[in-house]
Design a protein around this ligand. Structure first.
Ligand code: ZN
Length: 244
């Protein structure tokens, strides 16, 4: 599944379309596309796992979900769920969900929680989790898109390993310093992830995601569904402390 950095990576690929005029939008998605007709793309932005095409008075959010993909000037055999056409090029999305929003992205979304935005505010995130999520497991909290916008399973697993925290630790039991360190680690790793995408080496460079042993102490990793999110999780029982 694409994570925040994967969407920023797509956005960076699309920069040349900024300022271009869309001649037509198509695709089988149910969203009303009639307003996207000979209008200029003012900006292309992201929010977590969403890609936004920003027009003057509205914007379209594209979410790739589990199986979505994007092709520029190429087509798959199946129909695109959403496509933007230009006089000499086209952007096609497959198995993507789309939504049309009135106004600007910042009217709808809180950029302070987006791990890859310049508006990101770690103190705001720390305060939010310590006020309203104390009884939750940190491994679950990390996937909450309202708190850690853009974090997916790889970032979650790798950040907890780097911060030496067991995912089943409850927020209230984790020392504040450790939480601060985890929040910083999530952001730093997200930028590393973005860098790894350039050479398609995210999985290769992962320390424990889809691995069998801990690179530090050679302990066998635990790999099982954990938490309320029931996502496959990798943990080193030696390095990662369960706070309780
Ligand atoms: Zn270890």
């Amino acid at each position: 599944m694409p994570e925040g950095p994967s969407i920023v990576f797509l956005k960076n690929k699309l920069q040349r379309f900024k300022g271009q005029t869309v001649s037509e939008a198509s695709g089988y998605s149910e969203m009303d596309k009639s307003a996207i007709d000979h209008i200029k793309i003012m900006d292309i932005e992201t929010y977590g796992k969403n890609l936004f095409f920003v027009f003057k008075d509205f914007f379209v959010g594209v979410h790739l979900g589990l199986f979505g993909s994007m092709l520029v000037n190429k087509r798959k055999k199946v129909n695109a769920s959403f496509a933007l056409h230009f006089p000499h090029s086209e952007i096609n999305f497959y198995v993507a969900k789309t939504h049309l929003y009135q106004g600007k992205p910042s009217d709808h979304f809180n950029f302070k929680t987006d791990i890859l935005k310049k508006e990101y505010d770690g103190e705001f995130v720390l305060k939010s989790i310590r006020e309203d999520h104390t009884e939750e497991m940190i491994g679950d909290v990390l996937l909450d898109q309202k708190l850690f916008t853009g974090v997916g399973n790889i970032i979650r697993i790798e950040s907890l390993y780097r911060a030496k925290i067991h995912p089943d630790s409850l927020v209230k039991d984790i020392p504040e310093k450790k939480l601060v360190y985890l929040i910083e680690t999530v952001v730093n790793y997200a930028y590393e992830f973005l860098d790894f995408l350039k050479n398609d080496e995210v999985k290769e460079k992962a320390l424990i995601y889809e691995k069998k042993i801990c690179p530090k102490d050679k302990t066998e990793l635990i790999a099982e569904e954990m938490g309320k999110v029931h996502r496959k999780t990798y943990v080193c029982p030696k390095c990662q402390k369960l706070y309780s």
